[in-house]
Design a protein around this ligand. Structure first.
Ligand code: DX5
Ligand code: ZN
Length: 217
């Protein structure tokens, strides 16, 4: 299991150092949650902030856009140093055009589905995607409870990937912790986003190791 700490739960007065701390702690990639107070009822930060913190790690930046019009901002996030850009299938931007725009900058595209969105909505795009992100909470806030009833979507994606001989990663985001990560792993999740679990831990390095170990049983 790859672990992507969600910086949403970090100490933002030390954003860069928090990224460096996660790097040392063994994070596989940094999950950066971008919210526009329109697509979701919360507001975070934008591309200029990402540009400033980019230098604190060489690990991939996994940028999760929870914004209504991702297409308009792809260039900004690409130039700021995103490695993976995931955007919501429920957003107002044309999906294929947005995927193509992400690829045009040499960045890996991903699609995200909210809990009430059927998994089939991403099927037409699978061959173009590096990652599919299945939300296991309603997007907008950290610290919510994991929705185990999203696991059939993960299982369906895994089956589809096999059927079509594709190799996209399956990511789960929301409520991942000691008591839920094994469920995600068993269903077929490859990348687990963890905000609260990693940032509230006394020792992030141990927590990341522990989370990975829980997936191996
Ligand atoms: C929710 C964000 C998540 C969130 C995860 O909208 O996309 O990345 O911060 O936080 P936890 O792990 O606390 O649920
Ligand atoms: Zn996220």
């Amino acid at each position: 299991m790859l672990i992507a700490p969600s910086l949403l739960s970090c100490d933002f007065s030390r954003f860069g150092e928090e990224i460096a701390r996660m790097d040392k702690a063994g994070a596989d990639m940094m999950h950066l949650d971008i919210m526009d107070a329109h697509f979701v009822p919360n507001l975070t930060f934008g591309a200029p902030v990402i540009k400033f913190v980019r230098k604190y790690t060489e690990k991939p930046f996994d940028v999760h856009l929870m914004i209504s019009e991702p297409l308009k901002y792809i260039e900004d996030f690409a130039k700021a140093g995103a490695d993976i850009i995931t955007f919501h299938v429920e957003s107002d931007s044309p999906i294929q055009e947005t995927i193509d725009k992400i690829k045009s900058f040499g960045i890996k595209p991903g699609l995200v589905i909210k809990p009430n969105t059927p998994v089939e909505s991403v099927y037409p795009y699978l061959s173009d995607l590096y990652m599919v992100l299945v939300m296991t909470v309603e997007p907008g806030f950290g610290g919510q409870s994991f929705m185990a009833d999203m696991m059939p979507k993960v299982e369906a994606l895994k089956a589809k990937r096999e059927e079509l001989s594709l190799d996209f990663l399956i990511e789960a985001d929301g409520g991942i912790a000691d008591n839920t990560i094994a469920v995600a792993a068993k269903a077929g999740v490859d990348v687990a986003v963890a905000g609260t679990a990693v940032f509230k831990a006394e020792n992030a390095e141990e927590k990341i190791k522990e989370l990975k170990a829980l997936c191996e049983v």
